[in-house]
Design a binder for this molecule. Structure first.
Ligand code: GDG
Length: 475
């Protein structure tokens, strides 16, 4: 057995919640990466000697564990070869497309799988080393599905939770995976396996019954050794108050007005914000918009579509192809339909600070979120959180997890371009009363279910998972 550490709560994720930045004087610092997850977990981590295990984002980085702003961060090194095979390969060119309905064709390579196993073992060994006796370990996402089982073997005393941020595919698609049984067994090392939606939890339980042969009942799996595993939905959310506060600030309000004036003070601003990813449905969305303009439903004189595509996974081939496709599409649409000073689409391939994101959300009359498949989609919830006047319309794909909660959005099927066009027209022509009714209901949902309540619910379930364990987290 590995020597035990002192952390009562351990988060294991592919990335640490910091980025290394080089300042103008050449010195190097860690900068906390923005994101609801870390701010939601920060309080409970501080009161429980929490530690976060993850990669620093830099190849062959051998940084020792360090404390950043009160958080204990424990780096796991990845070599350049492992980044290629484990991260870009198996995680992002095998699992990512397979789990998103095979929107792109997943590639199966045995060397990638070997790297996935090797890297997962490294994360599990690190967690085993730093977790205190009976500690809680919470493993995150598709890059680390083997960690629960590997860790369980090293440290049977731990309570282990796993949360998958992306969809879990139907049995027919998961069946393609050559290492399907190993992945299911990897996940079964956890006491609680969490998903965004209950349908995903059901897919998992069904697969365990079919492919591993364990007994199951509803959301429970019964293992031959007497242990049980619970598969449940925990829809993730955002720091709702934080977004609203930012949106209400004077500087965001000013910036939102500047954005509209920079766009030529159009009557209607539509907005899309996504990582540049083929699952996000950017292509059909822009096509729908271009047809609406070409058909004369909207004119570039008084309306514009702002599309922000944040650079993502640029070394993975499918992402390069997508970038070229979108560049070409935007160029063609603006070439055909734009006028001097009035493009049909204002396209930016760049990432922005949170402040600018909030200003964009404030500046947009209609937010258009059209993924082919998405675990949740936080952008949709962030837009809602920023619309404190109960104005603004959300057009949302029914294939985003968020559609389960944001029922009052204009729900669309991204494969149905005409349906998408109709929804955009309806949202643009809707009476203010109708817009308010819908937005109010969505705001209630997002206010009552923020990321802190998500994290607490998960940790409470994990705490309850093994009643024989007396250890409790300090609030
Ligand atoms: C995965 C799942 C699930 C984006 N561009 C910028 C920026 N962002 C922020 C957004 C939002 C986050 O990144 C993106 O989250 P999404 O949920 O929309 O999508 P994924 O990145 O695919 O996330 C997804 C999520 O995990 C959580 O479980 O919802 O389904 O795919 O918060 O605001 N933030 C800043 N600048 C940008 O340019 N500052």
């Amino acid at each position: 057995m590995t020597t035990q550490g002192s952390a009562d709560l351990v988060i294991v994720a592919n990335r640490l919640p910091v980025d290394r930045v080089t300042l103008s004087d050449g010195s190097r610092r860690w900068r906390r990466s923005p994101g609801g997850l870390v701010s939601a977990l920060e309080p409970v981590m501080r009161s429980n000697d929490g530690a976060w295990i993850g990669w620093t984002g830099v190849a062959d980085d051998e940084t020792d564990p360090f404390v950043d702003d009160g958080l204990w961060l424990v780096p796991v090194p990845l070599s350049a070869g492992e980044i290629e095979e484990f991260y870009e390969g198996f995680s992002n060119a095998t699992l990512w497309p397979l789990y998103h309905d095979v929107v792109a064709k997943p590639e199966f390579h045995r060397e990638w799988w070997d790297a996935y196993v090797r890297v997962n073992r490294r994360f599990a060994e690190k967690a085993a080393e730093i977790a205190a006796k009976d500690a809680m370990v919470w493993v995150h996402d598709y890059q680390l599905q083997l960690v629960p089982q590997m860790l369980r073997e090293l440290r049977p005393d731990l309570r282990i939770g796993f949360f998958l941020h992306i969809p879990f595919p139907p049995t027919e698609l998961f069946g393609q995976m050559p290492w399907r049984r190993q992945i299911l067994e990897g996940l079964l090392g956890a006491d609680v396996v969490g998903f965004q939606l209950s349908g995903a939890a059901q897919n998992f339980v069904r697969l365990v019954r079919q492919r591993v042969g364990h007994k199951t009942h509803r959301d429970m799996v019964y293992l031959p050794d007497g242990r049980t595993v619970q598969a449940m939905a925990f829809p993730i959310s955002i720091d709702t108050d934080g977004f609203e506060e930012l949106a209400r600030s004077e500087s965001v309000t000013e910036r939102a007005a500047q954005i509209r004036s920079a766009l030529g003070d159009p009557e209607l601003v539509l907005l899309g914000i996504d990582r540049l990813d083929y699952t996000k449905g950017i292509y059909p969305r822009l096509r729908a918009w271009s047809e609406l303009v070409a058909d004369g439903d909207f004119s570039v004189k008084d309306s514009v579509f702002v599309q922000v595509a944040t650079p993502s996974r640029e070394r993975v081939e499918q992402y390069r192809i997508l970038r070229d496709d979108i560049d070409r599409l935007v160029g063609r649409i603006n070439g055909d339909l734009g006028r001097l000073g009035s493009p049909a689409i204002a396209y930016m391939h760049s990432s922005f600070p949170r402040h600018e994101m909030a200003a964009l959300y404030r500046a947009a009359d209609i937010m258009v979120v059209t993924p082919f498949r998405d675990g949740m989609n936080l952008v949709a919830k962030e837009y809602v959180a920023c619309r404190y006047d109960n104005d603004g319309a959300l057009v949302l794909s029914e294939f985003a997890g968020a559609a389960n909660e944001l029922r009052q959005a204009w729900l669309i099927n991204p494969y149905d371009i005409n349906g998408m066009k109709d929804a955009i027209v309806e949202a643009a022509r809707a009476e203010p009363k109708e817009i308010t009714r819908r937005m109010k209901a969505m705001r209630k949902q997002v206010r009552e279910n923020d990321v802190a309540s998500w994290a607490n619910r998960f940790l409470e379930e994990l705490e309850a998972a093994r009643p024989s364990h007396s250890k409790k987290l300090r609030p």
